[in-house]
Design a protein around this ligand. Structure first.
Ligand code: IPM
Ligand code: MG
Length: 373
């Protein structure tokens, strides 16, 4: 029996292309793993009304961890229109399967390293080495949302929050509420993950990026929890900043920062900015990590216009494989893979279109594999 069982979820669009690249590299490394295919994606939503069916969850439950390619997500109305006619009008509602997976498996830590590999023509500057820790299960993406906004929920908010008075006369369908849910446990564990990482990997600072001057309760709780955690890591400087200013400073002085930690939506935004500093989404990988399970993915979407052409840059996916190898404690393989990726970037012989080259997805994967010799 193989040492690891890895759920294999290409998903949609270029998810399939970059997963082919991942497989080429994994096979080359001879990782002692069995890859178990699992269905996820837009087609399943259209045909079955669920992009993440129960059979997939069952597969995941029997595996060590999962690799995920990409998925197409569309807003509510558009999603409803694309359903098979028999399924329309039944109140099925599309919620991003990756967000559901993060919540269902309590993958609270979204780890997004953004490192500028030298020689990458897409680097904003060289020597950038940022690592975003994004809380992955709560915040504004917790799924606590209301529209129409009426009944007991509305009455209770009106009774308890003076700030609601201004919206008193707005019709139920003309107002929508998304709750920003932060718990002390959620805040504490993401900040602790960030500090542990900083300690293990020698980063000198951890920056909490929030907005406590306005979001007094939710960001306030993040800051309170973070300060308590920071006290356990006296050798690491703890900075807390506001999200708006932090976005500016990252463009101005990206080299001043190391580990960044924040709540779910801020982390979604911040991590795209950090990705762009080091070559864009073609280089951005994520680990969705819980205490017992993890799902690794490139941060990019399914890019339908490139689907099946094996044209896109697979580096984000290969870096996600590297994160998986780290998580599996396959440290030598993880380091070898990162070194191979860095060498391919540095040598500049094989490049996809985003880097100004004309090579395909599999050419890059092969070049990385060749460096693993
Ligand atoms: C990401 C993506 C997802 C998110 C989408 C696809 C739901 O943007 O992983 O950053 O918002 O988390
Ligand atoms: Mg995002």
């Amino acid at each position: 029996m193989a040492k690891y069982k890895i759920a294999w979820m290409p998903g949609d669009g270029i998810g399939l292309d970059v997963m082919d690249a991942a497989r080429l590299v994994l096979d080359h490394m001879r990782l002692d793993a069995e890859y178990v295919p699992a269905d996820i994606g837009w087609e399943l939503w259209r045909q079955e009304g669920d992009a993440l069916p129960q059979r997939t969850i069952d597969v995941l439950q029997g595996t060590t961890c999962a690799l995920f390619g990409a998925i197409t997500s569309k807003p509510k109305d558009e999603a409803e229109r694309e359903l098979r006619p028999e399924l329309r009008g039944q109140g099925l509602s599309y919620r991003s399967p990756i967000v559901r997976l993060r919540q269902m498996f309590d993958l609270y830590c979204n780890l997004r390293p953004c490192k500028a590999y030298s020689g990458n023509p897409l680097n904003y500057r060289d020597d950038i080495d940022l690592v975003v820790f994004r809380e992955n299960t709560e915040g504004l993406y917790a799924g606590v949302e209301f529209r129409p906004f009426q009944g007991e929920v509305r009455a209770a908010l009106e009774a308890h929050s003076p700030a609601m008075a201004r919206f008193k006369d707005v019709a139920p369908d003309d107002i929508a509420i998304s709750a920003r849910v932060i718990t002390r446990r959620g805040a504490t564990r993401i900040v602790r993950s960030a500090f542990e990482y900083a300690r293990r990997r020698g980063y000198k600072t951890v920056t909490l990026v929030e907005k406590p001057n306005v979001l007094r309760e939710t960001s306030g709780l993040m800051v309170e929890a973070a300060r308590a955690v920071a006290a356990d890591y006296p050798e690491i400087a703890f900075w807390d900043t506001n999200i708006d200013a932090q976005m500016m400073w990252l463009l101005k002085n990206p080299r001043d920062y190391g580990v960044l930690v924040t709540s779910n939506m801020f982390g979604d935004i911040l991590s795209d900015l950090c990705a762009q500093l080091v070559g864009g989404l073609g280089f951005a990988s994520s680990g969705n990590i819980g205490d017992r399970y993890a799902v690794f993915e490139p941060t990019h979407g399914s890019a339908p216009k490139y689907a099946g052409q094996h044209k896109v840059n697979p580096m984000a996916m290969l870096l996600a494989v590297k994160l998986m190898l780290d998580w599996l404690n396959e440290t030598d393989r993880a380091q070898a893979l990162e070194a191979a990726i860095a060498a391919v970037v540095r040598e500049a012989r094989v490049r996809t279109y985003d880097m100004g080259g004309s090579h395909g997805t599999m050419d890059l994967a092969q070049a990385v594999a060749d460096h693993l010799e």
